[in-house]
Design a protein around this ligand. Sequence first.
Ligand code: SF4
Length: 359
Amino acid sequence: MNWTTRKDTKQINVGGVKIGGGADIVVQSMTNTDTRDVDATLNQINKLYNKGCEIVRCAVIDSDAAKALGIIKKHTPIPIIADIHFDHKLAIESIKSGSDCIRINPGNIGSFDKVRDIIRAAKEYSIPIRIGVNSGSLEKSLIDKYNGPTDKALVESAYNWIRRFEDEGFTNMKLSIKSSDAKTTILCYEQISKLVDYPLHLGVTEAGSGNEGIIKSVSALSVLLREGIGDTIRISLTESPIHEIDVCYELLNALHLRKKRSIDFVSCPTCGRIEIDLISLVNELKSRLKHIDIPIKVAVMGCVVNALGEAREADMAVAGGRHFGLIIEKGKIIKKVKENRLLDEFVKAVEDFVDRMRV
Ligand code: SF4
């Protein structure tokens, strides 16, 4: 299935989910609820899980949040990563609460003795650590050396941390190097993937929202995934984390790296030949068929010019005409329907097709 040759990385296990070593690229997100609010956090985790999220990260802002993780852990359907900044005691508490992994940015934990305490606890509880390096908390010495938080500075920081963890006899780790700049992200991961063979978590941090956020993330991650780099991904958006999962799967599906859990729609851009309201039709179809959780291909075409060609590649297709539409299954016209019935009839035809596939 893969058209990329994945870089060979070690495999780690985060609460039963394999990362690296040829395993499927794992889809992650992060809750934006207050972790201390166990019900709200579990509610969001369940929504993420239902969308296909495979690992979720929760912010641990204080000791109550670390304790809450213990309860969340008992009910979550997917592994939990405790997200720690600054306070090594919160990392240790979260490990003891049952977190499946700890994400730290060693550069903001303080002395290495504190980092060492986290490593010791992770070893004792046999859980991995994600080392996060990002431009916002880069060591001053490297900023001075490279004249800013450049890709080279970030890579040197990441490499140094990995070696320090290895010096402690710790290798159960994965790595992320985050920048809010897509090009810097690409350069960082390209370089670090040549230096170490730990699994890599890809993402563009603080990418933003809407088209801007999606394009920044997808442009960087597409290049890297095509080069075989990356074992797990997050698309960070200033939006509901549920939407992040949709974008992750769209990306992986587009690159033929994972199948998404919904219909793969193909639709024409419309032009002067159009004779039906295709934009409304596509939006209505997406809404009415969003319960379909298998990746069949559905083509929605404005006229017959390209419809029959597209329809041959699709499981189901609809092509508009003057006041009517053709419903096509596996390249064969099965019905000609008046425009005012087209939406209902096509929804029914797709649902019938899916029912037959499930048998
Ligand atoms: S399928 Fe028909 S309406 Fe759609 S862009 Fe092509 S020619 Fe235009």
